[in-house]
Each structure stands twice: as C-alpha cells, then as structure tokens.
Design a binder for this molecule. Structure first.
Ligand SMILES: Nc1nc2c(c(=O)[nH]1)N(C=O)[C@@H](CNc1ccc(C(=O)N[C@@H](CCC(=O)O)C(=O)O)cc1)CN2
Ligand SMILES: Nc1nc2c(ncn2[C@@H]2O[C@H](COP(=O)(O)OP(=O)(O)OP(=O)(O)O)[C@@H](O)[C@H]2O)c(=O)[nH]1
Length: 439
C-alpha cells in the first residue's frame, strides 16, 4: 500500500533521556535525509554525523539508521535519528522534519498500522507488540513475546484445515454422480472438524489464564472489623496504602495494591470489616467487600486469634485461606488445624510464608506463560463463532452438502478475521488507537 503522507514521532520514552529515537516513515524519507544529513546514508548501518536544517544551521549530532523499503518495520522507507534526549533537541528535530512537504506527526500505533497494511505483521502480532510494549511483569513479557508468533501459527493451522475440509466436501459434491468416488473422504474430514472443535474449546478455556497474566491474580482480604486486614495489606505492599487504627470499621472502601510476585501480577484488595450492625456508609463498604469476594481468585479470611468472629453473607467460588492474626498477643494453644496460616504483622512472624503461598497460587493460576492462549475478548468472540459454524456444519443433514460446505467457509472466515486476513477495516481504529505514539 502506498501512502502519500510520511509520519514522524518520538519513538523512545519520556524526556529527558540519554538518547532519544525520532522515527520517520514514508515517501519523504529520502528527501528529509538528504537535507538533514546532507546525503543518503548507507542502508541499515548506523552513521554518525551532524543533523542540519535546510538553511544549514545545526540541530544536533547523532546516529542515523536508514531502512529502505520494503525491508523496514513498516515496509516503507524509514529512518531513525538517534539524538540527544533533551526536550528542546527533540522538539527542534520534530519541527524541522514536519516542515517538509507531506510529513506530519504520527497517530498512536500508526507505524504498526502501516506495517499491518503492508503485510509485515498480522493483527495478532500487532496486538502482541502492543502487549510487549506495555508488559510490566516477567509473565506478561513472556506471554506477549510468545504471542507475537505462536497465536498466528495456531489460527492459521486451523484455518487451513477448514479450507481443506471445505475443498474436500465440495469435491465430493462435484463427483457425487460418479459411481466410484470413495465415500471415505467425508468421514475423515468430519473427524478432523470434530477434533478442531475440541482443540478450539480447550484453547478458549485458557482465556482466564490470559486474563490473570494481563490483569493480575485477584486476592481479596476479608474479615471482621479490626481483624488486622489493613495492617496485613500494608505489610505485604511494604507501604502504608491503607489506614490502620484500633477503631473497628476504619476501612470503608476497597483499597487495592498491585504486587509483582516472582513475575506474576497480583492485585491485593483490602475491604471493609464485615459485621451485622453497621452504619450506612460502612454498610456500603461491606456490600462492596462481598461483591469483590464473588469474583476473586483467592480469599484471605482473617480472624483475630484473640477475638474470633464469624463473617456472614460471603458467597464465592474462590479458594480460601484461613489466616489467624495477631499471634504475638494470642494465647498459643492448639490453633493449628483451624488455620492455614498464623501471622503477626507486629512481629513479622508468618507473613513471608503467607506471601510465598499467595505467590505459589498466583504462579499456578498464571501458568508458565508457555501455553498459547487467546489474549483478547475479540479472539474469544471470533473463536466462539468459528466453533458454532463448525458445529452447524456437522449437524446439517448429510444430503445438504452445500450447506455444510458453506458453514465451513463461514467458520474459516471467522479465523481469518482474528488475524486480520479478512475484513480488518472496521477493527483498525479500535486496535491501533490503544497503542502509544511512536509505535
Ligand atoms: N532501533 C530500533 N530498535 C528496535 C525497533 C526499531 O524499530 N528500531 N523495533 C521496532 O519494533 C523492534 C525490533 N523490530 C524490528 C522489526 C523489523 C525490522 C526490519 O527492519 N525488518 C525488515 C528487515 C528484516 C531482516 O533484515 O531480517 C523487514 O521486515 O523487511 C526492524 C526492527 C525493537 N527494537
Ligand atoms: N498486636 C498486634 N496488633 C495488630 C496486629 N495487626 C494489626 N493489629 C492492630 O489491630 C488493630 C486493627 O488493625 P487494622 O489493620 O486496622 O484492622 P482491619 O481489619 O483493617 O480493621 P477495619 O478497617 O476496622 O475492618 C490496629 O490497632 C492494629 O495496630 C498484630 O499482628 N499484632
């Protein structure tokens, strides 16, 4: 695809920085290079020199990397100017470059969008690159890197098998008048369609794991007022995120902290202490606590060993750890079997063991980030449609071979939409607007 506009942006991070990378892509690249560097540099070799405006005044001195199209990230002529990372330096470079005819500032994700439109990456890879840029934990990084290739391969394989299945069914239709066509073609084809339905189903089941990697493993601290919930949250977060007092009912709203436990993102939420007689504001907090517990992955149920009190109205499918608190002032007698952990935030006893347990459960739920999983709701919706069309193909009566073949075509098309091979236009704005500028 040939674009008239050239696009420029700062592609490296926040200024000031040691070095900043200004990236330009499009047909104006060569002309800009001839003016700013005074010549066209050798392709794909870093070259040092002075950058100048058209009137010869110097802008900065730095490295240039020229990627002639189509062998570049976008597929167009591209150049990277590696300049000193000062605000004024970058502003002067950008201003000089947008001064050329046909050059404008890039929109978020526009370099990757051009890479997609030029066939350099498919939508799955583009999404994975966005995930790689925003990855904060080790498991997010590994997952995004894996997805930048493996998801495409998996969906392409299914799509090709579906296209093959349809071709076989259509061939069988064309030759059905002839007596000696082997009827066995159909049965192998349908066995493979059945097999793909279960493969896709198993793959979709992994979406929760992908959500945990992306959004975090959801841990909720519950307990009666004064059980020591906020103290534990602060101890695990190693900062004063929640207010601690000896007054029951201190925490009224949800307080959330994000932890990185051995490369897995964990969201830890402190809640209002649950009790029956509460004032209006406190009651709202208690309702929120019960709500939050419903969707949690793990509940830490805290009980003050000196004053054990039940909590009511909590329904959740989450795993629950019973945690006895304030062991430093508790009489130590036969408490072991009721509690999974016994802790004292004051003395620190048991806190690291509890943190290790949370980390183990989170790591188990996130997996080892080596499975190929669907990574967007968009993928799930299209996979579900794929699978529904395949089921419809199987269920249609065998004399309606044409209808069966049509369902297989529809199924294959849904997979084509995931990678952007089919009908991508309506999706592009949604997907690329979530990128950062310069990517
Ligand atoms: N300086 C710099 N570092 C960077 C990037 C960049 O654009 N610039 N990247 C930006 O994301 C990533 C690397 N991704 C890249 C992907 C493709 C090509 C590229 O030139 N592709 C050509 C040639 C491939 C080849 O020689 O094998 C092509 O696809 O035709 C360059 C970088 C991370 N590091
Ligand atoms: N001795 C001792 N006191 C503790 C310990 N943990 C918390 N406390 C005290 O218990 C009181 C209540 O602690 P919080 O952490 O505010 O309890 P909470 O469960 O968040 O209370 P609410 O917000 O009212 O629901 C405070 O005075 C804390 O200092 C502990 O391990 N040992």
């Amino acid at each position: 695809m040939i674009f008239q506009d050239s696009i420029v942006a700062l592609s490296s991070g926040r200024l000031p920085s040691g070095v900043a990378v200004v990236r330009l892509s499009g047909p104006a690249t060569r002309q800009v290079l001839e003016v700013i560097c005074g010549r066209l540099p050798q392709p794909r070799l870093a070259q040092f020199g002075t950058f100048r405006r058209a009137d010869g005044t110097p802008l900065d001195a730095g490295l240039t990397l020229f990627f002639p199209g189509p062998n570049s990230f976008t597929g167009e002529d591209m150049v990277e100017f590696h300049v000193h990372g000062g605000r004024a330096v970058v502003a002067a470079m950008l201003e000089a470059i947008v001064g050329f005819d046909g050059v404008r500032h890039a929109e978020p994700g526009e370099f990757t969008r051009r890479a997609f439109l030029n066939g350099k990456v498919d939508l799955l890879k583009a999404e994975a690159l966005a995930d790689l840029v925003t990855a904060e934990t080790e498991s997010q990084r590994r997952f995004a890197l894996l997805n930048s290739g493996a998801q495409s391969a998996l969906y392409t394989d299914w799509r090709q098998r579906l296209i093959f299945a349809r071709a076989m069914i259509e061939a069988e239709m064309d030759f059905s008048d002839e007596a000696d066509v082997p009827g066995a073609v159909g049965s192998t084809v349908w066995a493979d369609v059945q097999k793909m339905i279960s493969e896709i189903g198993a793959h979709m089941d992994g979406y929760r794991q992908a959500e945990i990697i992306r959004d975090g493993y959801d841990v909720v601290i519950l307990g009666a007022p004064n059980a020591g919930k906020s103290s534990l949250l602060n101890a695990l977060a190693r900062r004063d995120a929640a207010i601690v007092t000896d007054e029951p009912g201190t925490t009224r709203d949800l307080v959330e902290v994000v932890l990185d436990l051995d490369g897995v993102k964990v969201r830890l939420t402190d809640t209002a202490g649950i009790r029956e007689e509460a004032g209006r504001v406190e009651q709202i907090g208690i309702d929120r606590a019960r709500d939050r517990a419903r969707g949690a992955d793990l509940i830490l149920h805290l009980v003050d060993l000196n004053d054990p009190q039940a909590i009511t109205g909590v329904s959740t499918e989450a795993r629950r750890l019973m945690v006895g608190t304030k062991s430093d002032i508790a009489p130590c007698s036969g408490l072991g079997s009721t509690y999974d952990h016994i802790i004292s935030v004051t003395s620190g006893s048991g806190v690291n063991e509890l943190l290790d347990s949370i980390g183990d459960y989170a790591a188990e739920a996130a997996g080892n980030a080596s499975d190929i999983l669907p990574s967007r709701q968009r993928h799930i919706e299209l996979l579900r449609k794929t699978s529904d069309f395949m089921k419809a193909a199987l269920e249609a009566p065998s004399e309606a071979a044409e209808i069966k073949a049509e369902y297989l075509r529809l199924a294959a098309d849904q997979l084509g939409r995931i990678s952007g091979a089919i009908d991508p236009e309506d999706l592009l704005d949604v997907i690329f607007s979530q990128f950062c500028i310069g990517k």
